[in-house]
Design a protein around this ligand. Sequence first.
Ligand code: SF4
Length: 458
Amino acid sequence: MSPIKTQQPRVAFSTIGCRLNQAETALLKDGFRRRGFIPVEYGQDTDVLVLNSCTVTEGAEADCRRLVRQTLRQSPQAFVAVTGCYAQTGLDVLRQIDGIDLIVGNQFKMQLPDLLPPVPQPMKQAMPHVHHERMDPDNFVHPGVGAYTTTRANLKVQDGCQFMCAFCLIPFARGRERSRVVEDAIREAEALVQRGHRELVLTGVNIGQYQDQGIDLLGLLTQLELIEGLERIRISSIEPTTIPDGLLEYMKTSRKLCRFLHVPLQSGDDTILQAMNRRYSIQEYQEAMESACSMIPDLCFGTDVMVGFPGERHREFENTLAFVQALPFAYLHVFSYSPRPGTASTKMAHQVSSADIKERSHILRELSQQKRKTFQQRFLGQELSVLFEEEVNGVWTGLTDHYLRVDVRSPLPLKNTVQTVMATGMMSDRLIGLLNTQSQSVLSRPPQVLTLVQGGTA
Ligand code: SF4
């Protein structure tokens, strides 16, 4: 009698939205692997699709619906599990979409691998199973180690927010703020470094609110800095009013904390900031930014700006434009306001036309490009430390600690190595440079191996 052939089920992941969702997908991928699944790239034939959804804009929700349909065209038998912020806030809509078998709200997201029917046959369901509840406000642990296909790895350290900005659904989608238990964050960080990741990017919704057992963000950074083999720690984004005392001083002297701050501004007009329920005035923001930039030479200071918030007339937009023009931002991320049901801003008067939103976004994006160039220019002729990521047609590309993209030509393998590069020129959004000769002799030895985890999109 011939032996029964057993086949491991395949799982594909698709992640919409923020870096925090990416960090969670990486942990989910690890969880599925430990339960016997084989991760495959999104778009390949699969037995299970995990869609980690987003609700930050209407577009993100539409993406979610499109991805479900797209997957079912490719793999009609695929078991489709939707989790993430849209699963939390859009439950009623998701229940109506054909082909979804499981809906898992954010409270249960990390348990998703255990919520599937047992392997090897997760079968399609007539009606979706739903696991949905309010989020637990306690600090948390996430077993496992995020599986990344990239050289840099995210480290989730915080979740939730209760600032209640008038445009934002996150307090509803992710619940109250809570932090990862410090020992668990350090455990995953050490494991990621052992896999060969040299840079960790701290992620969360409101990282500046990190607090566990009396340890704040600065305390966590101090502990992470002690991890041998970890070369860079980057804070993904931090709210202006939550930058802990001493963080800038620490950044100035730390050997590992990147000279990089992404501090959402949203508007450069006080009436709009107030209507948004942001917790600072433009003067306070300006003072914080100027003190950071004067304390840390070459700091990369970037921001988010939202256009088209209700009440943003021509005058308010001009105020934002003038404010952003005057300050030394390295780049801007420009977002278009879209009304999210259930948020305070949907009831506000003076909604802005989509034509105005489009035009204002265009103006700010152009300004962002100019700012990026101005920031890059300062580094011409300087030696920069670059963590290389990948090679395309003989050109290797990587990032400096101040988040400048740098390209060099090299026949030698540079992946996941940190090299000194002389910046010799600029090309659109990046610097080009030459490897210094000492780097080249070091490279004749084999680079440190990075155990990348293949399959799926993290
Ligand atoms: S600070 Fe405001 S914009 Fe940011 S997650 Fe919290 S509520 Fe949303």
